[in-house]
Design a protein around this ligand. Sequence first.
Ligand SMILES: [Zn+2]
Length: 116
Amino acid sequence: METRATLNPEIIAEWGRRCAKSRRASRVPRYFLVAAILIASSLPLFGVVACFPYLLYVGVIAIFAAAMFPGAAFASLRCPNCDKVLISAGQIPLTPIDFCPHCRFWLIDPRGGAGT
Ligand SMILES: [Zn+2]
């Protein structure tokens, strides 16, 4: 059985606004994560790791958090139509989500128009 998504320009525009707001909100924490990665990766150059070996673990955790942060911030967004979270807890999307899996409304214009 084939199911089709519903196209509503207002939903697509609202989704674009929510994504932009999420990107703005996550900008500063992302800078802190990048700074933590740079600091953690430069510590072995100065011989600090020999004194504090646990700093390597902190660096690995910071890199992991930086890799997961964009997906985690995106996962908290709710569908403008049905107001449900798009992704279940613990899931990180590997591909962009272009429609809501709950109400099947397009979130990104499939014709390549406005959106995120
Ligand atoms: Zn929905």
